[in-house]
Design a protein around this ligand. Structure first.
Ligand SMILES: Nc1ncnc2c1ncn2[C@@H]1O[C@H](COP(=O)(O)OP(=O)(O)O)[C@@H](O)[C@H]1O
Ligand SMILES: [Mg+2]
Length: 253
């Protein structure tokens, strides 16, 4: 089966001031597949994933070169509507970051920001999103309680629901389980496998087992360079590059 391309990054260089964090990255992200970005701390995983919805725009003194094509456009072009881009390419962070608002408001917020006023629609969308994030059953009787009272794993699923409510096409996860216990981690992994039926997923993880369990494609980065990209099954069993093999076998971390 041929996979269709959702995102195509070409010749990406990225700089924090004079420090180059990404070097000539070429990478494709396939539609409705899970792509994992792996590599040691500081290799540029977060920097790369943040480029995909232009979150790096918010960091001063940074500069990007190259192109990222998504839905018929190079996202760095001047006429790109960044708000719309970030709706289509949602993001879930390492540390769950719900707003200090109610559970309901956390999910309805994005809809209201996008100008939706129909109360019935908002209510249905909140329920649908909480359901999709496998959280509905746990929160249906406390929708108007503060989100900050939820456990870490529940907060992370709430952040996923918040992201789903505005109907993204791609979801970026930057180490979504880094602060979670093994049971919550498992539920997030199961959720990602369910979500990939409907969404294109990119996940940064420094947990190689996690990449092996849930991703279809893996990109291995080292010191800002893309060392190897391929089917997860292949990359983990018969890596082409010596450096990939050494990383996978724990020769360096
Ligand atoms: N806001 C920033 N300002 C300056 N340098 C940064 C910033 N964020 C990351 N870096 C540097 O860029 C490189 C890549 O970082 P990052 O993308 O966070 O790596 P990873 O997510 O793989 O751990 C590192 O050397 C890091 O120190
Ligand atoms: Mg990171």
């Amino acid at each position: 089966m041929e996979n269709s391309i959702e995102i195509k990054a070409e010749e990406i260089n990225f700089y924090y001031g004079t420090k180059q964090a990404l070097k000539n990255i070429h990478l494709v992200i396939y539609e409705k597949q899970v792509t994992a970005l792996i590599g040691p701390s500081g290799c540029g995983k977060s920097t790369f994933i943040r480029l995909l919805n232009r979150m790096n725009d918010l960091i001063p003194h940074t500069r990007v070169e190259g192109k990222i094509y998504f839905e018929g456009q190079n996202i760095f072009e001047e006429n790109v509507d960044v708000v719309s881009l970030r709706r289509r390419v949602g993001m879930v962070f390492q540390k769950p970051n719900p707003f200090p608002k109610t559970i309901f408001e956390n999910v309805s917020y994005g809809l209201e920001v996008n100008g939706i006023k129909d109360k019935k629609f908002i209510e249905e969308k909140v329920i649908e999103s909480l359901n999709q994030a496998a959280l509905w059953k746990e929160v249906k009787d406390r929708l108007h309680d503060s989100a900050l009272g939820l456990s870490g794993g529940q907060q992370q699923r709430l952040c996923i629901a918040r992201c789903l409510a505005v109907e993204p096409h791609v979801i970026l996860f930057d180490e979504p389980c880094a602060s979670l216990d093994p049971i919550s981690t498992r539920s997030i992994e199961e959720l990602i496998l369910e979500l990939k039926k409907y969404y294109t997923i990119v996940i940064v993880t420094h947990n190689m087992q996690q990449a092996a369990r849930i991703s279809d494609f893996t990109a291995f980065l080292y010191l800002g360079e893309l060392i190897e990209f391929g089917l997860t099954e292949k990359l983990f069993t018969v890596p082409k590059q010596k450096m990939t093999e050494e990383y996978l076998t724990g020769k360096f971390g």
